[in-house]
Structure formats: structure tokens, C-alpha cells
Write a protein of this length. Sequence first.
Lengths: 284, 357
Amino acid sequence: MERADKRFGFLCSLPILVVLALGFLAPLAVVALYSTMPERVFGLAHFPTFEAFRTLVEQDYYKSLLWSLGMAFVATCALFLLCWPLAYAMAKVFRSFTLAITVLVVMSLFVSENIRLFGWSLTLMKGGLLEGHARAWFGIGFDGLLYNVPVIVFGLVYVYLPFMLFPLAQGIAMIPDDARQAATDLGASRWQVLIEIDLPLAAPGIAVGSLLSFVLAAGALAESKLLGGQAVIVIADEIETAFTYSQNWPLGSALSVVLIAIIGCLVTYGLARVNLDAIIGRNR
Amino acid sequence: MVGSTILKLDGLSKNFGAFQALQNISLEIFEGEFLTIVGPSGSGKTTLIRLLVGMDEPTEGEIRLRGKRIEGTPANKRPTCMVFQSLALFPHKTVGQNIEFPLKIRREPQDRRQERANELLDLLRLPRDYYHKRIAQCSGGEQQRVALARALAFDPEILFFDEPLSALDYRLRKALEKELKDLHERTGKTFVYITHSLEEAMVMSDRIAIMNAGQFEQIATADQIYAKPVSKFVAEFMGEVNLFDIDGSERSGIAASALHSRENLNLGLVDDEFGTLMVRPEFIRQIDGEGNSDFWVFGKLRAEYLLGSRLHYEFECKDGTTLTVEKLREDRLSCVAGDEVLLGWDVENTHLIRSGG
């Protein structure tokens, strides 16, 4: 019986396994192979070298990588602080209003990310919505708020909000109310309930939300291009340039491999530590 | 062992909109006693305990802990705590960390906490190596003990219980009831227990408070409540009972249609007074002729049930009402279903519930 179930499960998952193998693993393998080719070649039939990785270090490409990871980290922290109260209210306080918030947040995803970012660009630029009105009404002109690092982080926070909000609300919904009440009854202050009960019990949601936001923000390109101008070059920008303008596929591949490796380690580590079942006390 | 008043409720009311969950409740709880508040679901007992532990505030009235008003004090500032119906153990903490929780909140040093946790494991007869066990690895009964140990680690002035045994199977519940009573004696703490199960209340409590529709019907020892209930509600709530409505204006106070009594019997009801005559099923016996007991009825045996050591009979009286009789197995009645027999009992085994004029 169990064997039959396993067979059936395998058969059902076969289509997606084929798609993943062809559409996900195969390109990854090609990228990994290209990263070991000599620079500026367009074939895989060369003797492997690590030239591209040397260029990556020597020509300061690692700085773009650090900028991307750094901004993604700051954006993730900001998202967590911003989303916690709202997610808490959605999971524990609001009733039918939660649905309204969900619909509103999801609706923002219906409009393409680039178009929404252009909207912000028009709002924040010199002569745009904010600065233009400030000048017309109060006579105060300023340089516009675009083209700096904070505005890129703002863009990341704005675009990836749903990816933090929903997992977080899910995680908070898992906190049993009676555990919070019992902790209060046993003398815990609000702060102690947050540290001792809320955060550990919502950990799976926090982990999933943070990983999603971080991974997406680390590979983000549009925010830095549309809002940041040339303030900093992010890693995704460098990869795109290497593959297109510079026609240096091995370098682009090497940059991709490093980014994938870092994020892959992070996700594996994060998800392994926060085992959903262990957290809520099942299995083990 | 039972001492001075520790908790005093005075004129306590709680409204939810137009609904009065608690109506003008007053109660004194004494130091070191085991008081059980019993009532059917919806009687307001959960609302009451939420007020007592500080999870809710009363609409009106006072709660005094050793003379000091506490009704506005939040739960985390009160020296009392509760064992929840769901136990509310922290699933992400080990048994030891659960027990230590109140001490951690008070920032006691780790070695002191662990020492106390081990003492409590001993007190509740859990092995010390459970300290590192996960909550999910413990059985229902063990989780019960962990919840108790955690509450005792708090060292509360009063320990409240919100039906913590209701989810357990019968045998385990019986064993834990006795353990809880034993624990009460060993710790000398004041226990206030809430349940809908009268059996549970009778086994454990020094006093029982019967609650109905947001008010106390009667507060007394289990024995008093069983033998001398003040209302029909209490009489019926305290297990099987036979009740006959009687009217003082009729001949010697007896007017129930199926009930006969001796001519000169005086129950003390005056004219225009109504009452209910109560007789517990274990006091009814089979008699040979009318007048061989103070009261008698004719009953047709409808059914017989075996309840382990006892037998439970249901008779149908002439007016269609049901009379229940209970006998020990060795005192089995000599009749079968369909037989009509004469059943009687004496006045000293009855109790009169007065319901006014």
C-alpha cells in the first residue's frame, strides 16, 4: 500500500520534475560551466580556467555584490519592522478588514513593477509631484529625492512588501492565543511576551518572509536603475551588462555563480534551522 | 488548615452589551481551601475566572485580595495564576524551560531556576530527566503535571484552574483528580477550580459553589449540597433525583398527583406556600402495602440499567412522571419490566425545597 502510494506520488510529480530539470537545472549547469571558460569566448569547448573569477575580484565587481547584499539586508530589516505590526493586526486583531488589506496589497501586484517604480520616479524627481508642489506652493525648491542609496532601499521595501507581509501574517497566526495569555498570567510584560513567545513561535513565518524578501532584493535591478540612477551599480546590473553590452559571458556567469552560491547557502541554512514542524512541536 | 479570607468578591457584575454574564456576585474564598465553582456551560464560570485572574475587568463590583482592591490590576501584575483548559504550554520550550518560565520572567539566576524546576518535577512525580524533554514528547497526563509545575513555580497566592482535566480520558482524569487533591494538601495553597463536572467537584473540594445563569445558587460543602439543595436546579445538578411539586394549601401539604402520604404527616408548609419535595433514588425501597412508609407511589418498571456496583431503575408513575430508584447490586429489586410495584420512602430521607408563596 505504502509502496503504491509512493509510486503514485512519483508519477504525479514527474511532469514538474521534467520541467524543473530542463528549465531550471540545465541552464544553471550551463551558467556554471561558462563561468569556468576563458573570458570572451562563446562556446563551452575550451580548457577550464578561473580567469573570470579573478577578474571579478581584481576589477572590484565584488563591490557591486556587497552593495546588493547590503541593501537587501537593510531592506529586509526595514520590511520586518514595518510589516510586523500590520501582520500582527491582520492575524490577530482585524477580522473582515484583513481581507480588504490582502486584496489591496495583492492588487498592487497586478501592475508591473517597472510601471509602479516609474510612478515613484515621477513623484520624487526634481520638478516632479513632490518637489514641484513644494516649489509652487511654498517657494521651496530642492534637488529631488532620486539617485541615492536610501531611495533604492525605499524602492526595495515598497516592491517586496507583500513577500514579507503575507508569510509574517501566516507565522503570527500560528501563535496560540492561550500561550500569550498564559505568559501574561505568569507575569510577563508585553515586551517579554514578544521576546519569549511571539518571536519564537512566529519564527517560521519570519524566516520565510525574510528569505523571500532578501533573495528577491539581492537580485533586484529595476529599483537601482529607475530610482537610483548611477548612485550604485548592483550585481544584477553587472551581470546584465556582462552578458549584453560587454559580451563577456564567462564573467557574467561567474558573477551569477557567486550570487547563486551565496543565496543558496543562506536559504539552505535558514530553512534548515527553522524547521516548521519542530517549531510547532510536531515530529521529534 | 482553612484560614482567613484571602479573596473577597463583592457585587461583581459583568455585561457584554445587553447580556449580563455575571449578576451581582459575592463570594469569600478562604486561605488554603479548595473551592470548586461548578455550573453548566454558559453559566458564567469562565467569565468569572477571567475576572479573577485579571484577563478581563468587571463592569461593576469589587475584588479584594487580602483586603486590597485588584479588579483593575492586569493579569501580569497579580500574584495569582491559572492552569488553562488547554494547558497553554509553550510548544517551543522544553519541559524545564516551561516550568522555569515565571522565574525567568523575574530574572532569577539560571542555577536557582534549574534547582527549583527539579524540585517541582519531584513534587509532581515526574522524572528529573524530563527537564530536557520536548512538550510534544510528553503524554496528556505528563503535560498536565508540567502545566501544574509551571503554575507552582510562579508561587501564586491563589491557583486557579479552568477545567484542565476535561480533555483527558476517564481513568486518567480520576487519577489526576486525586493527585490534585493530594497536591493541594501538600502545598497548602488556595485552589479555585472551575468545572462543569460535579463528580470532579465532589472528589476534590472543601466547598462547592454552584453557578447558574450568572449567579451562585448555593455555596456549601459537597455533603450539604447533596443532601440539602436550596433549589430545584441544584438538586437536579447534583445527580439523579426525584422531585415532587407540593402545595401547602392542600391536605397536610401533599398534592402531587401520583404521590401518597400518611394522613398526619406535616412537612411544615403553611397555607399558600409552594415547595418541592426531594428524594434521592437510593432511599426508595419496595414496600408490601400502602402505609408501610411515610410516602409511597405506584410505579411500573420501565427499564433497568446496570451501573457497575449499582442498579438504576426507571419507574413510570400513574401520572406519567418518571421515578428513579437506585440499589446496590446485592439489593436488587424482585421485579421485571412491566411489573407494577409499590415504592416507598420515609420523611427523614426527604428534603423540602421551599419556593415561596
